[in-house]
Design a protein around this ligand. Structure first.
Ligand code: PHE
Length: 465
């Protein structure tokens, strides 16, 4: 029997928007975007990422919210019931399962990075950033990641924080808190961009982010000077578009299922995507000028932000306070994202297995915490080559698998479901767009452009075409 239960509903469109922005804006924008941009050579990568957000991310987000609101249940049930209503195979529910698994994998490394931010609140407060240089900042970060005990402690604390909120339900105080914390994060990022202008090599950082030089991004050169074309950066950019917008795994779908009927899906989506992109670009503008001024490597990897920004805090007036506040806000941004990572699984366990929310939260938290131990050890005991596959640690592998494979794959199926399994009438009715022309454009993109784009990138990156 298909089950349709309204488990919960946001009190207003604003509540939905705040939760969705809370989900989207997180470590992806401030930690991951700068470091993968640095690893992939700058401007051309940024451009590809922006194109992926506009052409694939936004239409897929509309599809996810639309499906969620129509199904009014967790993603697994939503896809199953909608498929049945349209006379399609119940196997579509598998896409929901894929998302639940992706959520676990992401949380198991997300929590470790959020743990770094927690640890850095204390470092900032204690004044440990005072007078840092590129080298000493690297040492400070290395001392944290080199210690399995410290990482495990912060990872455990963050996981606990996440599960406490998850246990209390979607209308918890966190959403209200995020209402005024997110604008504050924005202001603080603006302060940091200002500092980068004054003290960093702003022009070089700016050009690095926005000058498009495709040859640097798409050609890999061997030490002998032999260069070959690679489409892998496109896959990473596409994967990041999904990651940063919380797409492809049902998080936004389940948030959409709590959305009031009368709210506009297209308008909300646009605002979420714009806010998310702005935060990422500002983080880039704050970080790269300092990277160049301090002689750091843009491609330094996951530690980039944690090594760069403390230098700014350690040398600016009032840096102790600004630094503490920054990492505090980063933790809040990560917190409101991590609760959305497990919401599909929680909704499934409460609706289908009739677990209470605290029980579901406990079960999920313990599983993700155990999986996270592998991410903790990737930076110390298991960082050696004997523990790596293709030069990647377990942490890297989990990120790669979830962000670059599972999320785009989930997005592909969501686009196919919205564009082909659902009838045009159902989609049009649920989206209820004011302009029929605009609906036609969305429909075309979700039927053809998004699926073809994702498939091409997959095939190309794996070397098949
Ligand atoms: N969008 C979040 C971020 O940028 C991460 C996330 C991914 C959250 C997928 C939910 C689902 O940090």
């Amino acid at each position: 029997m298909a089950e349709k239960r309204i488990h919960n509903q946001w009190s207003s469109r604003l509540a939905f928007m705040l939760a969705a922005i809370g989900s989207a804006v997180g470590l992806g924008n401030i930690w991951k975007f700068p470091y993968i941009t640095g690893e992939h050579g700058g401007g051309a990568f940024v451009l590809v990422y922006l194109v992926c957000v506009a052409l694939i991310g936004i239409p897929v987000m509309m599809a996810e919210i639309m499906l969620g609101r129509r199904g009014r249940a967790n993603p697994i049930n939503t896809l199953r019931t909608l498929a049945q209503e349209e006379g399609r195979s119940p196997l579509w529910a598998g896409v929901g399962w894929l998302g639940v698994f992706a959520g676990f994998i992401i949380l198991s490394f997300y929590s470790v990075v959020a743990g770094w931010a927690l640890a850095y609140i204390i470092e900032a407060m204690m004044g440990h950033f005072q007078g840092l240089s590129g080298e000493t900042s690297g040492k400070l970060f290395g001392a944290l990641t080199g210690s399995p005990e410290r990482l495990l402690f912060w990872h455990s604390l963050f996981m606990l924080m996440t599960m406490v909120v998850v246990a209390r339900g979607v209308r918890s105080g966190l959403e209200r808190l995020v209402t005024w914390l997110m604008p504050l994060l924005f202001v603080l990022l603006a302060v940091l961009v200002g500092y980068a202008m004054a003290a960093g090599d702003f022009s070089r950082g700016f050009h690095y982010l926005f000058d498009v030089n495709f040859s640097e991004v798409f050609y890999r050169c061997s030490p002998e000077g032999q260069c070959t074309f690679t489409a892998e950066p496109v896959l990473v950019a596409l994967g990041h578009a999904f990651f940063t917008l919380s797409l492809g795994m049902g998080a936004i779908m389940v948030y959409g299922s709590y959305m009031p009927k009368e709210a506009s899906i297209a308008g909300s989506t646009l605002m979420i995507a714009v806010a998310d992109t702005l935060v990422a670009l500002m983080a880039g503008l704050a970080i790269f000028p300092l990277v160049f001024a301090e002689g750091l490597q843009p491609g330094a990897g996951p530690g980039l932000v944690f090594v760069t920004l403390p230098i700014a805090f350690g040398n600016m007036p009032g840096g102790q306070l600004v630094g503490t506040l920054f990492f505090l806000l980063l933790v809040f941004a990560a917190w409101s994202s991590s609760i959305s990572l497990v919401e599909p699984a929680v909704a499934f366990l409460t609706e289908n297995e009739h677990l209470t929310r605290p029980r579901a939260a406990g079960l999920i938290g313990i599983t993700a915490w155990v999986l996270g131990i592998g991410s903790v050890l990737s930076f110390n005991l298991w960082s050696g080559e004997e523990y790596q596959v293709f030069g990647k640690t377990l942490f890297d592998i989990k990120d790669y698998l979830a962000s670059n494979i599972m999320l785009p794959l989930g997005g592909l199926f969501i686009a196919l479901f919205a564009g082909w399994a659902l009838t045009r009438r159902s989609a049009e009715e649920e989206l209820a767009m004011r302009s029929p022309g605009l609906f036609g454009k969305w429909y075309f993109v979700i039927r053809y452009i998004a699926p073809a784009g994702i498939t091409l990138v997959f095939l190309n990156a794996t070397g098949l075409i």
